[in-house]
Write a protein that binds this ligand. Sequence first.
Ligand code: PEP
Length: 249
Amino acid sequence: MSRNYFIAGNWKMHKTRAEAAALAKELVAALKDGRHKYLVAPSFTALETVAAVVKGSNILLGAQNCAAEEEGAHTGEVSVLQLKDLGVQSVILGHSERRHLYKEDDGLVNRKVRLALKHGFDVILCVGELLEEREAGKAEAVCRRQTVEGLKGVSAADLQRVTIAYEPVWAIGTGKTATPEDADAIHAYIRKVIAEAFCPAAAENIVIQYGGSVKPDNAAALMAKENIDGALVGGASLKADAFVPIAKF
Ligand code: PEP
């Protein structure tokens, strides 16, 4: 297996520029000998500040969203062209908070995925079911739909710049984590979906992160599973003393 572990921190709507710079500096120092792939995704307002701190380090810079259009009359939106200008390398798309709080549907997420890939970004595409969908036995169907629709029109070559993050919505910010076995089963299922939509080699190579209350004390058990290739970390990414042990599991 050639997949490398990929640990990403989603800072959500937290941190001023000074706070973001301080955390980024701690991470650059603590992870310089880290063996995995790393990324931090600050708010738009702190991207330029954090870009200067992580430059030349082994930590990639991600944005938490982008507009579906390149430019124009889209008040409040941020374009891929503006993100590129700031040195952003990767964009998190389809996060459950975007899907459920801001009503982003699969079609919109797909337009953003294709635009970000067209402009050379890496993409972390988030998928995951609500609690009621899991309880109704629909977890696989939801993850299939979000994966297939989110990647519609993406070429096999561009898929190499896509990471999937499986984030069961009921586990995000709740302290409830999917068991490693349950998470691994969905990861294996998503891999099967990728094999069908693209090819078996693409499925073997695609990195699938788990996200949902990942903490220092549960990271290693999750990462030990065959189909779990990393983590997308929210709450525990806001402090170096929680993120570093996850990143160095
Ligand atoms: C997330 O928002 O991507 C996430 C996984 O959050 P948390 O780690 O806080 O559950």
